[in-house]
Design a protein around this ligand. Structure first.
Ligand code: FES
Ligand code: FES
Length: 211
């Protein structure tokens, strides 16, 4: 049978060991809470035209086209909604194609021609799509509207170019403008206010005038 002194010693050793174990997660948490070292940003030169005006920027290579437009060129008409390619608020037209500017890096667009909402029309001389949105009440808060309008302009060009969509029934003939085509092709542009039916009316009217 162990003597009492030996039992006391073992109990003390157990307490010390338990204390050391308890400290381990705390040490880990402390270590994790240290900020990761931040590297010096890598800058790159990029030049492109925006709304017909040439711009040369030296920017962090991680800068999205959206941030280059808003933060560097101060063209805040292009909106940041989700910043994840899910809402379409940031849609701009690059070399004739609509893209989500939050999903692409500015340095990928060397020598490109970018059109934002500021380049489509002015308050005194609205683009036909802007005028149709006003006429048909195609917005409420207006946050999604610049993306909707840029997307809609390029979308009608896609139909005119004969590019089919998921709802085009006959791939051997050019797609025609219809409510189903507009709704499908604009499905990447979300409107939280739910102005969809008025937006479709506006786009249908512009397509009719172009046709
Ligand atoms: Fe680009 Fe939402 S902000 S898709
Ligand atoms: Fe408000 Fe579209 S008008 S989100």
């Amino acid at each position: 049978m162990p003597d009492p002194g030996e039992i006391e010693l073992n109990r003390r050793a157990l307490m010390v060991a338990a204390g050391a174990c308890a400290a381990l997660p705390a040490m880990g948490a402390n270590a994790r809470s240290q900020p990761a070292p931040v590297g010096t940003p890598v800058l790159a030169d990029v030049s492109f035209s925006v709304n017909g005006q040439q711009h040369a920027l030296a920017i962090d290579t991680r800068t999205t086209l959206l941030d280059a437009l808003r933060e560097h060129l101060h063209l805040t008409g292009t909106k940041k909604g989700c910043d994840h390619g899910q809402c379409g608020a940031c849609t701009v037209i690059v070399d004739g194609q609509r893209i989500n500017s939050c999903l692409t890096l500015a340095i990928m667009h060397q020598s490109a021609s970018v059109t934002t909402i500021e380049g489509l029309g002015t308050a005194d001389n609205l683009h036909p799509m802007q005028a149709a949105f006003v006429k048909h009440d195609g917005f409420q808060c207006g946050y999604c509207t610049p993306g909707q309008i840029c997307s809609g302009v390029a979308m009608l060009d896609e139909i005119k170019a004969g590019i089919p969509s998921h709802v085009t029934a006959d791939l051997t003939t050019a797609a025609a403008v219809s409510e189903a085509e507009i709704r499908e092709r604009m499905s990447g542009n979300i409107c939280r206010c739910g102005a969809y039916s008025n937006i479709v009316e506006a786009m249908t009217e512009v397509a009719g005038r172009q046709g």
